[in-house]
Design a protein around this ligand. Sequence first.
Ligand code: ADP
Ligand code: ASP
Ligand code: MG
Length: 481
Amino acid sequence: MRTLVMKFGGTSLGSEYALNRAGDIVSGQIGEWNQIIVVASAMQGVTDMLLACAERALAGDQEQFQSIAGELHHKLTSTAGKMFAGEAQLGKLIETRIAELNHICQRIQDQGAASPGNLAQIAALGERINIHFFSTILRNRGLSSEPVDAANLIITDGCFQSATPIKELTDTRIKEYLSPLLAGGTIPVITGFIGATLSGETTTLGRGGSDYTAAILAESLGADEIWIWTDVDGVMTADPALVPNARLIPEISYSEVFQLAYSGAAVLHPKTMLPAREANIPLYVKNTFNSKCVGTRVSHCSSSVRHTISAVTGHFDIKTITLKLKPGEDLYHIKSLILAVLKNQGIPALAVFQAEHNRSICFAVPTNNVEQAIQTIRESWTDKSSGRTSPQENGDLSLITIVGREIYLSPHVLSEVSKTLNNAGIEIKRIGNGNSPDAVVLAVEPRLGQKAIQQIHDRFVLNGNSPTSQMEPFLRHQPAI
Ligand code: ADP
Ligand code: ASP
Ligand code: MG
C-alpha cells in the first residue's frame, strides 16, 4: 500500500493558472499510488487579508475592515466565477464565510478586543474556502474527491495561534475519519494550518503551518512520502528572492533543514520536520511551476560534507533581551528556564548569546515578540527582593544563520566566515548556536544583514567550502552557547 501526502502552498494556489496546474499535478499521480491525500493552504495573500481585517476591526476602523472583506469577496467570487461557473454552492459558501468574517470583526470592534480564538477563527477562513475550490477542481477532472476540515482531525491544545497537536487523539481521529474515504479511492483535500481544541474551538498551527499539517497526516497514516509543492525549485542555498544566484540543494537532512526553517527560511515550516523525522518519511520540496525539476529530498541523509556550509539564511528584524546574572547563579539553568517559558508562550528564541564572562545572557527574539517576551521573562525570572535586575531590551539586529553538518563543531569555518565579513566591512556583534551542532548564528547590524548573507553565500557556497586548517580556532576566543 503506497501512500502519498501532497501539500500545495498559497503560492501554488494563488491564481486560476496555479490552481489548474495543481489539479494537473494531482491527476498525474493517479495510478502511481494507492492513496493520495492533498493538503491545501489558502490562496496566496488571503490569510494576510483576513488578519488585516481583524487588525482594522481592533483599531475600530469599520470602514477599512469592511473594505478589505469586500476586496476578499471580490477576489474569491471572481476566481469561482471563472473556474467554477454553474457551481452555485461555491458562491453560497463564499457568502457564508465572508459574513462570518464581518460578524467576528464587528464583535472585535464592539468589544475593543480580539481574543486569540477570534483571530484563529478568522485566519482559518482562507483554507476553509480553498479546500472546496481544490476539491471541485479534482472532481471536474473526473476524480473522486472530498473537502475535509482539519478541525475534525487535528486536536490541539488551546494555544490558538501556535497550537500543538495532542498526538494520540489526533492519530485516532485521522485514521477513523480518513480511512473509509481513502479505502473508497477518494482523495481528501484537507485544510492546512488549522486544528481545533477538544471542545471544537478553531486553532491554528502558526503562520506557514500547512507544511506541518502535511507531516502530521503523513505520520499518522504511515505515508511513504510527503511532497511539498511551492513556487521555487526546492530548498536552496539561500532565499532566491534575496540571493539570485542561490542553488538548489538536492538532498538535505531533517536537522539541517529544521535549522534553516527555524532561522527564517520560509520554504518549510520548521515543525514539519518533527513528524517526518520521527516516522522516517522522506519529504520532497518541489516547484509547482517547474514540475520537471526533481526538487529537494529531505531525509536522515545529507549530501553535504561535514563541517561545510550548506545554506545561509537570516532574520532581519530582531531584538535582544539581556539578563544580568547574580554571582553564583547557574547560567545553564537560567538559559533553559527562560527558553522553556518563552516556548510555552509560543515566542521563538532564535539565538542565545552569553557575554561578560558568562555573567549575562542574551536572548534574540523577533521584534514583534519583544514586548511579550520581556513581560514573560519579568514574570518568571525577575525577583527584585533577591536583587535581580529587570531584563533589558537592546537595539535591533540582523541574525544570520549558517547551516551545515556539524558546522558548529568546526573550529575553522567560523574564523573564515569572520574574515570574509571583516573584509566586507561587516562587524560580527555576537556569535551563538541554534541549539544544534548544525547551525551557527551571527548577529550583525540590521542594515548589513542581507549583504552578510550574500558575502557568506558567494564565498562559501558558490566558491567551495574547505576551511584552511592553519586558521586560528575562533571559538576558543569567543565562547558561545
Ligand atoms: P508556500 O506558499 O508554497 O508555502 P512560502 O512563501 O511559504 O510558499 O515559501 C516559499 C518561499 O520561501 C520561496 O518563494 C522563497 O522566497 C522562500 N525561501 C526562503 N529561504 C529559502 C530557501 N533557502 N530555499 C528556498 N526558498 C526559500
Ligand atoms: N495560509 C496560512 C498562512 O498564510 C498557512 C500556510 O500558508 O501554510 O500562514
Ligand atoms: Mg509556506
